[in-house]
Design a protein around this ligand. Sequence first.
Ligand code: FAD
Ligand code: NAI
Length: 469
Amino acid sequence: MADYDLLVIGTGPGGYVCAIKAAQLGLKVGVVEKRATHGGTCLNIGCIPSKALLHTSELFEEAGHSFEDFGIKVGKPKLDLKSMMGHKQKTIDGNVGGIDYLFKKNKITAHHGTGRILSPGRVEVKADDDSTTILEAKSIVIATGSDVAPLPGVEIDEKQVVSSTGALELDKVPGKLIVVGAGVIGLELGSVWRRLGSEVVVVEFMDKILGPMDADVSRNFQRILKKQGMTFHLSSKVTAVEKKGKQLAVTVEPAAGGEAAAETLEADVVLVAIGRRPVTAGLGLEEAGVALDDRGRVKTDAHYQTNVPGIYAIGDVIAGPMLAHKAEDEGVALAEILAGQAGHVNYGVIPGVVYTSPEVADVGKTEEQLKAEGIDYKVGKFAFMANGRAKAMNHTEGFVKVLADKETDKVLGVHIIGHGAGEMIHEAAVLMEFGGSSEDLARTCHAHPTMSEAVKEAAMAAFAKPIHA
Ligand code: FAD
Ligand code: NAI
């Protein structure tokens, strides 16, 4: 008899959620994790610690720059970075401890060690002392997540040249921080260190920041970040980082090439944030015959099964956005499928949030995607400048943009820059999940005074006319 109905390799948001859901549905579940604590990238070195630092650094900046506007005099705030990092660690500990509790509650057995698939149904677990155990399971789930994509020729030492992991642990505020990549990590962690006092310069390969986002959002958000003090070198790439004692000499060239136009920038710390790549090495995939796609991700069918029956994969290690909630929803869907139910993820309605200040959030299609797909659409836009609550809080930057089908009025995409955008986006997600129209949204009573009234007004602007603009 197999040890488990289901054995999950990796306990990030994909793996741990899949394990819990499967146990709730009556399966006997085991997990294998090589990290000392559960929760994967997200809880240990990703979503959670970055949000702890984003929150505390935002408070620090507000205390120094915004309180006085509200009549609160506190003097110049002093940074205690060690305590700030202590809060971050406490947040991590609380969250990873929560997973231990949930595993126990759901009678899930956790094996500590590195998992390797020997054949369908058999996994070897190598412990830190090199001892091995063989586990048998009817189904195996690969949920090994992703890791930092390296920048060719640039060595990450996590001290001077850091990935997101090192950028979450710096022991002093860098005088000058160069961020390579204007994606989500670069802009979130760049914001953290700028608020704490660094001069932040961002070098981005493309001609816009936050590449996949709506161009209107990207343009406006760049303007906001620039006003906050970030500098941008777009259509540029970093080709070398040279250590000169405590300083770094960073070579920046036009993205299109051209050494002649190269310039050298000095920095104390360089953050490499040019994307992440799936973790598949050492898992025995080749030996087990598990196929990868052209970008090195585990290939699955619509039910998360690989080409080898009984071996499944979810989360960052497969195609799709590398987001914790996407991984979690795949975990739930797969557990349901394995328990004989109809699990499903709607990939058209996965919200994305950048937790900067203001936040940026979107769900559904961008204008560029609608144009490329030849879909006729209408746009409803409303600025927070005209929202009463935003004015009361001095959070008037940004807007809500609703994109709806020209003929049917069905909402196809919603894009928000604004304080609390990451919370507001969910009313758009629910609406879209139910196939709602901009009129449905506009006719839904919204409490006053809330930032969310701007979502209603943007919907009104798409279907009729806004009241307050
Ligand atoms: P992971 O979380 O990467 O977990 C995989 C686990 O598998 C790891 O614990 C690893 O140790 C383990 N593992 C790997 N190989 C083996 C093996 N052979 N044997 C045993 N164990 C193994 N996403 C959001 O949605 N919101 C955010 O705010 C956000 N912020 C982020 C901030 C940063 C700095 C980073 C780096 C990422 C952030 N992400 C965010 C992305 C998010 O962390 C990932 O999308 C998510 O963690 C993916 O979950 P996963 O379960 O697929 O993989
Ligand atoms: P990303 O894919 O978001 O952005 C990387 C950026 O680097 C792109 O704009 C790309 O054009 C640029 N780039 C690539 N090569 C370059 C080069 N040589 N020189 C200059 N620029 C270059 O990747 P990022 O920010 O590393 O994040 C990785 C993943 O983690 C993302 O997929 C994201 O979804 C996830 N994440 C999500 C967060 C959230 O949901 N709030 C927060 C942080 C990470």
